[in-house]
Design a protein around this ligand. Sequence first.
Ligand code: KE4
Length: 446
Amino acid sequence: MKKDRYENSRQLFLKAATLIPGGVNSPVRAFNSVGGNPVFVKKGKGAYLYDADDNTYIDYVNSWGALLFGHAFFSVVDSIQQQALLGTSYGIPTEAEIELAKLFVDAVPHVEKVRFVNSGTEATMSAIRLARGFTGRSKIIKFIGCYHGHADSFLVAGGSGLSTLGIPDSAGVPQGAVADTLLADFNSLDSVALLFEQFPESIAAVIVEPVAGNMGCVAPSRGFLEGLRKLCSQYQALLIFDEVMTGFRLARGGAQEYFKVEADLVTFGKIVGGGLPVGAFAGKSHVMDQLAPLGPVYQAGTLSGNPLAMSAGIQMLKRINKDEALYRRIQHKTSYLEEGLKSVFEELQIQVCINSVGSMISLFFNSDVVTDYASAQGADAGVFREFFHGMLGQGIYLPPSPFESWFLSDALTQEDLDHTIEATRTVLTGLIKNKITIASALSWTR
Ligand code: KE4
């Protein structure tokens, strides 16, 4: 009997679900918001993924942004192989940590010291603790729809998987853990100013995704980041740029370079580890030196600065340093894709909002512009679901949620981009013909 296109993945998912909650090790992978079963990948190479049924995909997730140069990038793989022969972990300082720290501090503006950890969550959790320890204050401001990992104090009105699953808060987080987490609206300086007026001497930090990627891609409005800088300086709070997504993606110096706004602390993940578990947080010495063993703010990790992960990160940053044209090239690829998608929607008279910054891009089935979480939520999730599966069938792997940014890798070719644009035309044409599946969609065709 003809095998279903995803049969092996389906079998693997059934098996995984007997051993791993929900069959996945991170909720957003479970396809909950798009329905169906996740595909299981057996190989990645360059811009492509190969799943358990030997289907091939052009990848626009790239390990949620970590793989700026695509899968199995030769120098990263080679360095990991070399290091593995020398040992996988020591729990003792190594020269590699100094080398990556130097590459990091030379690339990222306004930082003097960096501490490596194992995930973006660890980086943001530690940065908040450091801000609280440095200022002696306890409150933090985060933005509705922004996601900073799964540390307790962030699990309020979070984006990414929390929005995908429709659980903006999480069970198991005691009220006390979020009592000091104040919420503001992304792109609304008034909502931030109001909180500072209410708590003029209690706010340790404002943490923001300089480009929101966890409600879909949403750019900061003109003056928003500059306004946050001004308010934090005025009230002696620290401005934390959560650059887990934007770090080394928007520019070599990340969002601070791209928007020319100085943060007091920055948190990194993803690209800095080249696909291995690395997070980092960094700032000026007088703040970072509050960290143990120098200062009173405790933070630790068995595998922090792990030699395998350091070797991968070193290769990523070395490649970024020597590839002068990288960011211009990947920006061009993103603009080409965006223009191509827009022309297809225009041709088919379908309303859509496409947001992009650098090599981050999102598509909202929405008639309005998307500038914050509320407008992102206004997009038609049902049509996104149909679109996602249609594109999957065309060999295009998109993030399985409307509340996620797509991430381009430099491995994408012109042909890949053209195929993506053509696939979009094929899928949307099919959706429009198939009135039963997307009756709601017709409501937004012109
Ligand atoms: P991790 O702990 O997942 O490495 O990083 C947490 C984090 C912190 N800050 C920002 C801005 C982030 O985007 C993330 C994690 N990003 C999600 C993608 N939306 C990771 C995917 C997942 O949860 O599986």
